[in-house]
Design a protein around this ligand. Structure first.
Ligand SMILES: Cc1cc2nc3c(=O)[nH]c(=O)nc-3n(C[C@H](O)[C@H](O)[C@H](O)COP(=O)(O)O)c2cc1C
Length: 224
C-alpha cells in the first residue's frame, strides 16, 4: 500500500474473523516494526506473541477479575481519569463506537458487554504483549520507544490486510498476563496489541476516529 493510503485508511479493528494469522506473517510484521527508532538505538523492547490456549486463559482471567470489580494492576504508572479536552475526545470516540454498534446511552448491559470485549482483547486470534527492560524504569524514554514500535506493528499489519487495536484493557491485570505467558520479572509490561484479520461485517470496524485540526496543536517558528 502507498504510505499515504496506509496511514489514512488505518483504523482500530475491534471485530476479528475467526481465521488464524500464520506465525510467518506475524514474524514479518515484527521485522518491519523493529525498524522503529529508539533512544540511542537502545531497542529496549520485547514482544511476547500469544495465541490459542494461553491467550484464552489471559482473556478469561482478566475478564473474571475485572468483572469482579478488582482494581487493575499495571506495571506502568498512569495519570488517572482523563479530564478536559482529553476526556472530551474519549467521550467522542466512545459515542462513535456505541452508535455504530447500536448501543443506546442508557443500555447498561450492552455497555458492559462492550467493556468486557475490551478486557478479552476483542476475541482477537493473536495478542502481542509489548514489554521493556525494567532496568529502564521509571520509563518515559523507553515508553516513547515502545510507542514507535507499536505504531510500526499496527501499520505493518494493516499493510498486510490485518487489523489491530492497541489494547490497554487487555493487560489491565498485567500480573495475570505475566504468569500465563511466563514473562520474566525483569521486563515491565507496557501494553498489548490485539491483532487478526478484520471481520468486515463488524460495525465498529468502520468507525473513523476524528483528529484535531493541526492549527490547534502545531506552531511554526521562524518560517516567515
Ligand atoms: C496506548 C493505547 C491504549 C489503547 N487502549 C485501548 C483499549 O483498551 N480499548 C480500545 O478499544 N481501544 C484502545 N486503544 C485504541 C484507541 O481508542 C484508538 O487508537 C483511538 O480511539 C483512535 O482511533 P483509531 O486507532 O481508529 O484511529 C488504545 C490506543 C492506545 C494508543
Amino acid at each position: 500500500m502507498d504510505f499515504q493510503e496506509l496511514v489514512h485508511s488505518r483504523r482500530s479493528t475491534r471485530g476479528f474473523a475467526k481465521k488464524p494469522v500464520p506465525k510467518s506473517v506475524i514474524a514479518a510484521i515484527i521485522e518491519d516494526a523493529k525498524r522503529a527508532p529508539s533512544s540511542m538505538n537502545s531497542q529496549p523492547w520485547h514482544v511476547h506473541v500469544l495465541t490459542g490456549r494461553p491467550l484464552d486463559e489471559v482473556r478469561r482471567r482478566n475478564m473474571e477479575e475485572m468483572t469482579a470489580g478488582k482494581p487493575s494492576k499495571r506495571d506502568i504508572f498512569t495519570h488517572g481519569p482523563y479530564q478536559g479536552a482529553h476526556r472530551q475526545r474519549q467521550v467522542d470516540i466512545a459515542k462513535q463506537l456505541f452508535a455504530a454498534m447500536g448501543i443506546a446511552r442508557d443500555d447498561k448491559a450492552m455497555r458492559q458487554d462492550w467493556v468486557l470485549r475490551g478486557f478479552r482483547q476483542f476475541d482477537a486470534p493473536v495478542s502481542l504483549v509489548l514489554t521493556y527492560d525494567r532496568v529502564l524504569d521509571p520509563g518515559a524514554t523507553c515508553h516513547f520507544d515502545l510507542g514507535a514500535l507499536c505504531y510500526g506493528i499496527v501499520l505493518a499489519a494493516w499493510d498486510r490486510g490485518i487489523g489491530a487495536v492497541v489494547n490497554g484493557q487487555g493487560i489491565a491485570r498485567s500480573d495475570i498476563v505475566r504468569e500465563v505467558a511466563q514473562i520474566p520479572d525483569d521486563e515491565a509490561i507496557m501494553t498489548c496489541v490485539a491483532l487478526g484479520y478484520p471481520d468486515d461485517a463488524f460495525p465498529a470496524n468502520a468507525v473513523r476516529s476524528e483528529r484535531t485540526p493541526a492549527e490547534e496543536f502545531v506552531r511554526y517558528v521562524g518560517f516567515d
